[in-house]
Design a protein around this ligand. Structure first.
Ligand code: ATR
Length: 285
């Protein structure tokens, strides 16, 4: 594409940021739709978050992705946040519109998109989530509206109890929580339709680790791992061995990026193009 005086700019800020796949994914999508937009990445340390947002406003960026560790820190400095982002106290997407900075959280939509588009609609299903970090909270917040029952297990129980209280107050819906011991996981998996691992277990360089082995699983359960580096985690391999339906971490990455793309451009995101770009980049590194 030709960068001209009219080209709009999007970027991701975080620290560290060099390994972000978002520039590759978003630029592939902008190119595929012939949109005059470019996407780049900036390392921004915590003391510079306000300056970065001031700059983005002044330079009339189109959009911004916000990643670790700034998803909470940006909130006091933007003009509006949507209800999900407000409740979760986390923003990963900013739309700069008419000189206002509008904040969203697309992690939950990303997980829901990944499930639905891969033939695993959580509607009326029993969903088991492992972990209670930022990603798990966004996912639980989104899935609780659809799922019949939500069970969340976490190594640190106080964290998961806090999440249960927030969700109960907001939705008045039941969510069960417990600690993350092998015996509890084994027991809870038995009645679950969908298992979502949001922990960092199995991520590079600890690729041989998994909270679950194939003997915990059945062929009629859906297993989704949000770790995408490596794409084929030990959990993904164990689930395949059990004959389960498997959704890897690239899917959530793609669909949360697709949601951001749609917010910025109001175009239907070219998901296939985004997936291909992500997988090629992962293969290269
Ligand atoms: P993210 O924003 O990606 O969700 P996070 O907020 O750091 O990242 O959350 C990481 C999750 O992985 C947490 O639920 C964490 O459990 P704790 O709350 O007990 O820290 C979980 N996790 C990380 N390493 C783990 C391990 N070895 N065993 C079990 N859970 C683990």
């Amino acid at each position: 594409m030709t960068i001209s005086g009219k080209t709009r700019v999007c970027a991701v800020i975080g620290d560290p940021i060099e390994h972000s796949l978002s520039p590759v994914i978003q630029n592939a999508a902008f190119n595929a739709l012939n949109l005059d937009i470019i996407y780049t990445a900036f390392t921004v340390n915590a003391s510079n978050v306000i300056n970065a947002l001031t700059g983005i406003r002044a330079l009339n960026f189109l959009g911004l992705s916000v990643t670790m560790p700034h998803k909470e820190k940006v909130i006091p400095h933007i003009d509006w946040i949507d209800n999900t982002a407000k409740c979760l106290n986390t923003v990963n997407t900013i739309h700069c519109k008419e000189n206002k900075l509008l904040g969203y959280s697309t992690d939950g939509i990303g997980a829901l998109g990944a499930l639905r588009e891969n033939g695993a609609n959580p509607h009326g299903k029993r969903v088991l989530i492992l972990g209670a970090g930022g990603a798990a909270r966004a996912i639980a917040y989104t899935l609780i509206e659809d799922a019949d029952e939500l069970v969340v297990l976490n190594r640190t129980v106080t964290k998961v109890e806090k999440l249960a209280e927030t969700l109960k107050q907001k939705f008045g819906k039941k969510i069960r929580v417990n600690s993350l011991s092998p015996s509890i996981i084994r027991k809870e998996v038995i009645d679950s339709d969908i298992l979502l691992d949001t922990t960092s277990v199995g991520m590079k360089p600890s690729m041989d680790q998994s909270l679950i082995t194939s003997d915990y699983l059945r062929s009629d359960i859906v297993v989704m791992d949000i770790v995408y580096s490596p794409v084929e985690t030990r959990l993904v391999r164990e689930a395949k061995t059990a004959g389960a339906k498997v959704i890897n971490g690239v899917e959530m990455l793609i669909y949360q990026g697709a949601a951001a793309f749609e917010i910025w451009t109001e175009h239907k995101p070219p998901v296939q193009v985004m997936r291909k770009a992500a997988l090629e980049q992962i293969g290269r590194v």
